[in-house]
Ligand binder design. Structure first.
Ligand code: SF4
Length: 438
């Protein structure tokens, strides 16, 4: 029987800054695993995993970068713009070493990173003129028309890709390929194809039970579903057995209903004697942290904790989705401190540059977080199509956001205005680090 060949490609990032905060193309690796399980031969070119400088303590670190010319829409930004990842020639020679695949799957992340997507597809098409290229991921979902018109892909898939991709490939190849809906029936993501793997990535659920006005989780996933915690522990043990110590959770709502999921999962990890460290760069919900949960998090090896507070303004907390109140946040920090965490371990994301947001609101939130015994981290707002806040962002921004995804880049502070200038943002950022001068 003819063995189908599949090439997975994780393209370059084009941006003013990028950092490997436990960043792997997990969705793409899940698709690769599903196809491998169905008998395909799967190869991966991860443009970002190339010649990375030595990692920091827990596997995170820098990407290799090359400074490149800025696109005209970003020419006014007084910062270097770079392509992160492998040299173009290295990508072309990796393509040249492969036999022509039956399909190439390209993923995408931030909408404003699309130049890396279209560049990768251009080279793929030059190398394999007759191979269909399928694009999925975040940019493909949120800017579907833009991606269909500009990426060069033969097929663009929006939203969760498994069922749609397997249906497309079944049609193209004339053979049925299964996409199990049950998350526990899916193969582990093919992280083994990644060169020099420094950490594992774990996804225990899909979607989020909340619907915050600035977030596209509801567009990217179709509802909140969870795996069996025993199966998640099996997967962590599997990767631990292959030498990985550090694991990043990719969930949107890891701690939701913690008594029936996070607490038993963490106890299971402790009972199995798994000596690992966990990191949650996506932030976890402060609302669900109890003294008991904080205790188990500490014992199980939670090391990098990020909470999403976003704002300390009660009206905005409510109007943006009510995922946490200030009292719940303060209780959560208290529980974590009681469990033994220090301020440096507890990073708290604060959104800044929301449409019509005053700088004083961000200043108040920074002060609150410092007083609470945690560490504030500014998260510059990036307007996201299909979110509730998108229309307000389009109306408030001095940039034509609907015309050009490059202008969604948070480095621009796309919704800045006289009440929140770039200079004031710089002061706040400094105050975030120093805890004074606000
Ligand atoms: S809780 Fe987090 S993941 Fe869920 S909708 Fe809100 S911001 Fe998005």
């Amino acid at each position: 029987m003819h063995v189908r060949k599949v090439l997975l490609v994780n393209p370059w990032i084009y941006d003013f800054a990028a950092y490997d905060l436990w960043a792997k193309p997990l969705g793409l690796l899940y698709l690769g695993a599903m196809l491998r399980k169905s008998g395909c031969r799967v190869d991966l070119i991860d443009c970002l995993a190339y010649d990375q400088p030595a990692p920091k303590a827990y596997g995170q670190g820098m990407f290799r970068r090359e400074i490149v010319a800025k696109p005209s829409a970003l020419r006014h930004i007084p910062r270097h713009y770079a392509r992160y990842g492998m040299p173009v020639e290295a990508f072309k020679s990796q393509l040249a070493r492969l036999e022509p695949p039956d399909v190439v799957l390209v993923t995408s992340l931030m909408t404003y990173w699309y130049p890396g997507v279209s560049e990768a597809i251009r080279h793929i098409k030059q190398a394999f003129a007759h191979t269909p290229v399928v694009l999925g991921g975040v940019y493909a979902t949120l800017c579907y028309e833009h991606a269909a018109a500009n990426s060069g892909a033969d097929h663009v898939i929006a939203g969760e890709g498994e069922a749609k991709l397997m249906s497309l490939l079944s049609d193209l190849w004339g053979q049925r390929i299964e996409a199990p809906d049950d998350l526990d029936a899916r193969a582990y993501p093919c992280l083994d194809l990644e060169p020099s793997l420094r950490y594992g990535c774990i996804l225990t659920s899909r979607g989020c039970p909340y619907r915050c006005s600035y977030c596209a989780a509801h567009v990217l996933s179709r509802g909140f579903r969870r795996r069996d915690f025993h199966k998640v522990a099996d997967e962590i043990a599997f990767w631990r057995g292959r030498g990985l110590n550090d694991f990043a959770f990719y969930d949107d709502a890891l701690l939701a209903q913690s008594e029936s999921f996070a607490v038993p999962l963490l106890k299971e990890i402790i009972d199995r004697g798994l000596k690992v460290r966990f990191h949650c760069p996506n932030a976890v919900h402060a609302r669900f942290i109890t003294p008991e949960l904080a205790h188990w998090m500490r014992l199980a090896g939670f090391t990098t904790i990020r909470l999403g507070l976003e704002t300390s303004d009660p009206a905005r907390q409510f109007s943006t989705g009510n995922k946490v109140t200030t009292d719940e946040f303060l209780q959560a920090v208290d529980c974590l401190r009681q469990a033994g965490y220090e301020a440096k371990d507890i990073g708290v994301y604060l959104l800044c540059g929301l449409p019509h947001q005053e700088a004083g609101e961000v200043r108040d939130a920074i002060r609150l977080v410092h007083r609470s015994g945690a560490r504030p981290i500014l998260a510059e707002y990036s307007p996201i199509p299909h979110t509730e806040l998108w229309a307000q962002a389009v109306e408030a921004s001095p940039y034509p956001l609907e015309e050009e995804p490059l202008l969604h880049n948070n480095t621009l502070l796309p919704c800045r205005w006289t009440g929140f200038t770039y200079a004031r943002y710089q002061e706040l950022k400094h105050g975030c680090r120093s805890g004074s001068g606000l």
